[in-house]
Design a protein around this ligand. Structure first.
Ligand SMILES: [Zn+2]
Length: 246
């Protein structure tokens, strides 16, 4: 049973019995892992109140090869990020990032993915009121790209023809990109200006000042279709509703 110490982000925690917690962790060295923190719910536990969602620390784990559940023996807090839990939008954005990593991270070391998760959480933490939603969209799309699902917004996904700057097109979830007017079927139709907002977000990391309802809906549907395999990502609702304080 190898003992490893690795940097981790706590993605989710569940109560287990009266005294313990089950943790979903993104580890920097070993990909996503689940671990039990025995006694973590006891008053005076050595873990204190440190093991909360979005917190980052150096975790010492007993890895049980071939098992789903490992054992946390030590946790040295590096960054707590409790501010994310005090604001609905920040919390929702951080939850989308966590759920995406939980479901989709490869079962091995991925430094870029780990760094993008940490960066996204930190950006959400410090984003000024009024730009939290934009920061969330940017962080989500950074993860989409690293996970390998970024759509090609430059050409038609069906015939390959480059799309004009102001050209309207439809978004086709099955082909994972835009399809031109001659190829498009019943998928949602976007104006050239709406597509431009998506291009700036996805290609240059410029979050829209105030994303329109159709764009938010599209982004949520896209993440759901490609990343959640049809399952329910609870936290995505905020993308569709949008708006500060909504
Ligand atoms: Zn086409």
């Amino acid at each position: 049973m190898p003992i490893v110490t690795t940097r981790v982000v706590v993605l989710q925690t569940y109560a287990y019995s009266d005294t313990s917690k089950i943790l979903r962790l993104m580890t920097r060295e070993h990909g996503p892992r689940s671990a039990i923190a025995r006694g973590a719910r006891r008053p005076g536990s050595r873990f204190g109140g440190l093991i909360e969602p979005f917190a980052e620390g150096a975790a010492t784990l007993y890895l049980r090869e071939g098992r789903e559940l490992h054992t946390l023996s030590d946790f040295d807090l590096v960054r707590e990020r409790q501010g994310l839990g005090r604001d609905l939008q920040r919390f929702a954005g951080a939850s989308v990032l966590s759920e995406m990593v939980m479901r989709l991270a490869p079962e091995h070391r991925d430094d870029r993915l780990y760094a993008a998760l940490v960066r996204g959480l930190d950006e959400l933490l410090v984003a000024p009121a009024g730009s939290v939603e934009g920061a969330a969209l940017r962080a989500i799309w950074r993860l989409v790209a690293i996970l390998g699902f970024a759509p090609d917004l430059g050409r038609c996904a069906a015939c390959g023809r480059p799309l004009g700057v102001d050209e309207a097109a439809s978004f086709d979830f099955a082909s994972g990109g835009l399809v031109c007017g001659s190829c498009g079927g019943g998928a949602p139709r976007l104006t050239g200006a709406e597509i431009d907002v998506l291009r700036r977000l996805m290609e240059r990391g410029e979050p829209p000042a105030r994303p329109g309802r159709r764009q938010r809906r599209l982004l949520a549907d896209f993440v759901r279709y490609h990343l959640a395999e049809g399952t329910h990502l609870r936290s995505l609702g905020f993308l569709e509703r949008g708006g500060e304080g909504a």
